[in-house]
Design a protein around this ligand. Structure first.
Ligand code: N01
Length: 531
């Protein structure tokens, strides 16, 4: 192995997590390099370029806060940013902090093996390259391994087959085309209104109806932006005190404590505000079924008011708890089903049997398409890590360590896998929080820990087995008190991937998580073993 391929730290992924990790680790004076499978930075925003892709967190919040200059100089054009604008921002950050010189693009890390004699990681890429590193930072993303269901005959399809999570870079022209879309999650809900406006016909295959709240997206109000920028630090600090680290004002009242009239008025107000804050209309929507049922009833009535066809409206009404799957945020989703060229198929009643050369067959019907869109989501939180053959101490693989579900400490480290950090891993708030805020908190924790190791001359760190076991129990205990685990089958539970162990993966509550991390750090990184 040449000296050039020997590193202090390797970062895997150059999305928002990898870029910030690279920036911070470089500042420690480490020899560091990042590998990225895409041809440029941006992670999820590089790949998910389907029409309508947009963030559901306010633009002034969904951005880095580590550099005051950066947050002052960048200006967002809309309340909720579109994918192209977020990608431009990621590229701007890469330029501004000169990150690209240490990123190797179009290179996928495929194998990582820990060598117990040298306390180093040995890695291989799909380009046949090998490297050695003391530290690994897995910035592989929570929603980066796409899920393509194994429909019988999928590779028979001769039309255009698309997946929302790896959309072509050039514009896809749907005009005069008959199009099918499988899935009705966030990606589909954003894409459907736009494709419907272009296509000759659009047929939506729905397995589970989802709750969607209108975004009411608009141009950025410059006065509001100026106000935020004048006090950006305070604005960020306030938002970080909220459960999801998103600046949505929670209503401190139970839905069952107020009169029916008051409840209706409050839901109506929140519907007009739109977006994710709808989930915080009352303080017990996530914990009390009866309370949640009032929100479900309200949204059902909204759907039935918007959608003219009675069967379509009823079929679009979810029969689960509101918010136990990620709430979707849309622009004209339900309205789109009033178009003459849009059709809904309930694949619970009429399941997909096979994909054919020119369409697909359900139990009782054949459909012909020029293009078929899979909006079928991700192997979330663990998929991208499982995609790399990772072997730790005593030749144990990460796959076997996680056979019953992901086990780690703070979502950051795994017992038996020394010096390997996961950014926003399972067991951390990640997908239940503002991702960029969560990323910065994790990377800061990791780099502080690395500084601590430098001071104490430690060469390795890993989570103790007990800390890991206790942490997984804690994460599940918190989730068990909510409707997340009992309300529906979500990707938070791994329920969307056949055979994946069912375990609630994210930690609920950003502020309480940060308090725990701070306390652990203040107590000489309790639960971590150094050598
Ligand atoms: O994926 P999903 P997504 N046969 O898993 C269906 C983030 N995101 O890409 O519900 C038939 O939500 C599946 O059906 P079911 C956000 O966190 C954010 O839409 O499993 N159907 C479901 O309808 C989001 O939660 C934004 O029964 C099958 C759909 O495919 C996450 O990414 C935008 C099937 C998958 O929905 C994932 O969203 C986009 C099968 N075999 C994404 N397998 C923002 O707004 C799956 N489905 C920021």
């Amino acid at each position: 192995m040449t000296r050039e391929n020997n590193f202090d730290a390797i970062v895997i992924g150059a999305g928002f997590a990898g870029m910030y990790a690279l920036h911070k680790i470089r500042a420690l004076g480490f020899k560091v390099k990042a590998y990225e499978r895409a041809s440029d930075v941006g992670g999820t925003w590089f790949w998910n370029r389907y029409p309508g892709a947009r963030c559901d967190v306010n633009s002034l919040e969904y951005s880095y806060q580590f550099s005051e200059e950066l947050q002052q100089e960048w200006s967002w054009s809309e309340k909720y940013s579109s994918q192209p604008e977020i990608l431009s921002y990621a590229k701007h950050v890469a330029e501004r902090f000169d990150l690209r010189r240490d990123i190797q693009f179009e290179t996928k890390v495929v194998q990582l093996e820990y060598d117990e004699d040298s306390n180093e990681w040995h890695g291989k890429t799909d380009q046949g390259e090998e490297f050695i590193s003391r530290i690994l930072v897995m910035a592989t993303g929570c929603l980066s391994k796409s899920n393509t269901p194994q429909f019988e005959g999928l590779n028979r399809f001769e039309g255009q087959l698309l997946h929302t999570a790896h959309w072509p870079h050039s514009e896809v022209d749907f005009s005069d085309k008959d199009v099918g879309v499988i899935g009705t999650g966030s990606s589909a809900i954003q894409l459907i209104p736009i494709v419907a406006a272009k296509a000759k016909s659009l047929t939506v295959f729905q397995r589970t109806a989802n709750f969607s709240i209108p975004a009411h997206n608009c141009n950025m109000e410059r006065e509001h932006e100026a106000q935020v920028k004048a006090n950006y630090k305070e604005f960020r600090a306030q938002n970080s005190l909220q459960r999801s680290a998103i600046g949505m004002v929670p209503n401190p009242v139970s839905a069952l404590e107020v009169s029916e009239e008051e409840r209706e008025k409050t839901y109506e107000e929140r519907w007009l505000v739109g977006g994710l804050p709808f989930a915080a209309t009352f303080n017990d929507l996530g914990t009390d079924r009866s309370s949640n049922a009032t929100a479900v009833d309200f949204v059902h009535r909204k759907i039935k008011n918007i959608v003219k066809d009675e069967w379509v409206a009823q079929t679009l009404c979810p029969d689960s708890v509101l918010g136990c799957k990620r709430l979707c945020v849309d622009s004209n989703y339900y309205e789109t089903f009033n178009r003459d060229n849009v059709f809904l198929v309930d694949i619970n009643e009429n399941s997909i049997q096979s994909i054919e050369q020119n369409g697909l067959s359900t139990i009782d019907k054949e459909f012909k398409f020029d293009a078929l869109i899979l909006a079928t989501g991700f192997d979330a939180m663990t998929g991208a890590l499982a995609d790399i053959a990772i072997t730790g101490r005593k030749k144990e693989t990460l796959a076997s360590h996680w056979a019953e579900g992901p086990q780690n400490y703070l979502g950051l480290m795994v017992n038996g896998f020394p010096n390997m950090f996961t950014v926003t891993g399972p067991g951390s708030p990640s997908v239940l929080s503002n991702m960029i805020v969560a990323i910065e908190q994790h990377v800061n924790f990791i780099t502080n820990l690395l500084s601590f190791m430098k001071q104490t001359q430690a060469t390795t760190v890993e989570a103790s087995r007990q800390a890991e076991v206790d942490w997984v129990t804690q994460v599940n205990d918190i989730a068990g008190k909510t409707l997340y685990t009992s309300g529906c089958n979500s990707w938070y539970l791994g329920a969307n991937i056949p055979g994946k162990p069912r375990i609630f993966m994210p930690h609920i509550g950003f502020p309480s998580y940060v308090d725990k991390c701070d306390d652990i750090a203040a107590n000489k990184y309790r639960g971590f073993i150094f050598s």
